[in-house]
Ligand binder design. Structure first.
Ligand SMILES: NC(=O)c1ccc[n+]([C@@H]2O[C@H](COP(=O)([O-])OP(=O)(O)OC[C@H]3O[C@@H](n4cnc5c(N)ncnc54)[C@H](OP(=O)(O)O)[C@@H]3O)[C@@H](O)[C@H]2O)c1
Length: 241
């Protein structure tokens, strides 16, 4: 299956998970090219990887990124690894008084709107022979799995992303019968995103980005057409909406 992933795109390439995807995939012989998009210039050791700087807030740059990545060959694999849970001004809510317009706007923009725009421009550039688009979602975006509450904006943004993945998969099923769109839950992964929330995570449940990506690639390599529109955890189990 990996032999078919000749032309790959990763967005959110500076992130822990994005970078681990790139480093892992660049070792496969069948992989010819990886386009790594990030807001900042990155350095990679493999000559297969091209680092491209992008301003995601300008939709034209997303369109140009899709054109560039499919100039020589259609795309076989797109991994959308962007996401935020907190930043300098935004922190996940513990109680309803902490809900704010700013938090919702920033978190929805990165976690839901941006992946939707990436889908808009990259789906037409996918190979019609075999293509997968994997969006980094999160188990906490599952409505039925929500037992703890809190994290209003993040949970809602991932639930909305999951709806987008399902919704897009329906239209894509008509336009490109060989394309598979899925959401992925990487487990709890040691990264900037999870750093402030790692205290109560048992050591064996805190994955390195490399371990998480090893698991996720096994999931991706085993996908079948009937899996499109669904959300999968790192161990291959399906996460109900
Ligand atoms: N770590 C975990 O435990 C965990 C658990 C469940 C789900 N996830 C999901 O996995 C994905 C990757 O997380 P990670 O742990 O690798 O986090 P990370 O190391 O913080 O990387 C996130 C990446 O998102 C991009 N990003 C951040 N702010 C952005 C903005 N304002 N506009 C556009 N892009 C922005 C950046 O990439 P560029 O600037 O390079 O584009 C950044 O490197 C996220 O969607 C996250 O929700 C992570």
């Amino acid at each position: 299956m990996t032999n078919n992933f000749e032309n790959i795109v990763v967005t959110g390439a500076s992130g822990a998970i994005g970078k681990a995807f790139i480093n892992n995939l660049s070792k496969y012989q069948g992989v010819n090219k990886i386009y790594a998009f990030s807001r900042t210039k990155q350095t990679y050791y493999s000559s297969k990887v091209t680092s491209e700087v992008i301003n995601y807030e300008n939709e034209n740059e997303i369109e140009d990124a899709a054109k560039l990545s499919s100039l020589k060959a259609k795309i076989n694999l797109v991994l959308v690894a962007n996401g935020i849970l907190h930043n300098d001004v935004v922190y996940p809510e513990k109680k309803l008084e902490e809900i704010s317009i700013q938090k919702f706007q920033e978190i929805f923009y990165v976690n839901t709107i941006l992946p939707s725009l990436i889908a808009k421009h990259f789906i037409p550039c996918l190979s019609k022979e075999m293509a997968i688009m994997g969006f980094m979602s999160a188990r906490v975006g599952s409505v039925s799995d929500n037992k703890l509450g809190g994290w209003y904006a993040y949970r809602s943004s991932k639930a909305a992303l999951n709806m987008m993945i399902k919704n897009l998969s329906i239209e894509v099923g008509r336009r490109n019968k060989k394309a598979i769109l899925v959401g992925l839950h990487p487990g709890t992964v040691d990264s900037n995103l999870s750093k402030p929330f790692q205290n109560n995570v048992p050591a064996e449940k805190l994955f390195s980005p490399e371990t998480s990506v090893d698991h996720l690639l096994k999931v991706l390599f085993n996908l079948k057409l009937e899996n499109t529109g669904k959300i999968y955890a790192w161990d291959g189990s399906e996460i109900e909406p």
